[in-house]
Design a protein around this ligand. Sequence first.
Ligand SMILES: C[S@@+](CC[C@H](N)C(=O)[O-])C[C@H]1O[C@@H](n2cnc3c(N)ncnc32)[C@H](O)[C@@H]1O
Length: 438
Amino acid sequence: MTSRTLPAAAYDRLTAEVARDTGDRRSAALWIHAGGLARHAHDHGLLPLDSRPPGPDGLLKSLETLASCHPALAPFANPAVLPVWSQPLGAAVWSAVDEFWAGHPGLEDEHLVDGYALGDTYQLLSEEARKGRALCQTPPWIARLLLRLSLEPAMEEWGPADARMIDPACGTGHIVMAAFHRVRVPPLRGRRRTLSGDGPQAVERALAAVTGVDLDPYAAALTAYRLLASSAALLRIRLDALPNWPVNVAAADSLLDVDEPLLRAGAYHACVANPPYITPKNAFVRDRVRAAYPQVATGKYSLALPFTALMLERLAAPGGYVAQLTSNAFMKREFGRRYIEEFLPRYDARWIIDTSGVYIPGHGTPTCILVHRSRPPEGDKVAAIRGNRGEPRVPQDPAQGLVWRAIEEAVESRLARDRFEAALKGSILEQADAAPTM
Ligand SMILES: C[S@@+](CC[C@H](N)C(=O)[O-])C[C@H]1O[C@@H](n2cnc3c(N)ncnc32)[C@H](O)[C@@H]1O
C-alpha cells in the first residue's frame, strides 16, 4: 500500500481533530505534515540528532535542527511559512499525529528518500493548497514523459553538463526531482555515456541544473528538502555534512515577481511544468496578471495561459524546450481564441498529445501535453497523438493504463523514426562529401 491508497478521509479526520486545537485547518495541516517530514528525516538518519525528541516541543527541536542544516531549509524555522512556531499544539493531540505517521504506509515505500509520499501527503492534507493554489501533484510517470521531450533533447543539444531546467510552478517538486535524477544519470540512448551518475560530482551537477519556483513557501521548502535529502542519501551522509552547494528553489509568484533571480530571462534550456489551470479568484491578482500578459490573458482566462507565455517568452533560452501538462479548456472556450490564433503560431510546436483519456489521479480536468521550442516555427511537421477513447476502467496502476501506455509507445516509435531519418540524412551527406568530383 502507498500513500495514494490511504483514504483521503483519514487525512481529513485528523486535520479536523488537530484544527480543534490549533484553531484553523491551515495550521493543522502543516503541524501534521511537519510531523511526517521530521519523521522522514530521522528515519533516514539525515539529521544530526541521535533520536527523535518526543512531543510537540520535540518536533520544534527537529525542525530547528533541520533548518540549520542548509540555507535552503531555513524556511522550516520561519513562522510565516510554518505556523507551528506561533500556533502551539497540545501533547494529547500530538499523540494522534505521531500515531498517524507511525502507521503511515507512504513513508515506507521505495521512493522514500525522494520524498514522493511527502509531496502526495501535503496535497491530501492541505485544502488551502489544493483549492487556493491548485496544487495537484504531477505523477512521476507524466514527469518522465515531459522530460523525455524537453530536458533530454536539451541535454543532447547543449550538453548533459550544461543544460538548465526550470519548473516555475514546482509544487512539492515531483518534476524537479525527476529532472534531478535525469541530469544525475544522463540517458544512454544512442551514444556512450560520458558522465558518471554517481558520486559528489554527479549530485552537484544535478543540483546546479534544476530549478523550482512556487507561490507556496511550504511546498517550495519541501522541494528543497527533497533535493537535499536525496543528495545526502545518495552520498550516504547527513544533511549537515553536505557541501554548501546552492539549491535553486524559491518561493515567489512566477508570473509577477520580475525581481526573483531564479526567474531571469533566457536562462533555461528546458521549461517543464504542470501549471495551475484555475482562474485567479482574487480580482486584484486577476487584473495584475491580465495587465502583465495581455497577449494571452483575455476574458475569464485560465492561469495556464500566462504560464505558457512566461515560459516561451521569458524563461526559455532561444530555441529552448517548453513542455507542459495543461488543461485543454483553451481549445473549447472563448479565452483560448487569442492564444490559439495569435500567440501559439509564433512558436515552434513540436508535440501535441491528447491526454484527456488518460487516468491521472486527482486531475479532474481533461488535459493535453504541449511541447514547443522558443523560436519561430521550423519545418512543416508537428507530431500529434490523437486520443480516440479513454481508459475502459480505472487502472490499478495508472502508469500502466492502456491509454497512457499507448501514448508512451507512440512517442517512442516516433522518436526512433526521427533518429533513423537523422542518421540516414547524416550518412547521405557524408557520402556526398566523400564522392569524387568530376
Ligand atoms: C498543478 S500544481 C503543480 C504540481 C507540481 N508539478 C508537483 O508535482 O508538485 C500547480 C502549482 O502551481 C503553483 N502556483 C499557482 N500560481 C502560481 C504562481 N503565480 N507562481 C508560482 N506558482 C504558482 C501552486 O502553488 C501549485 O503548487
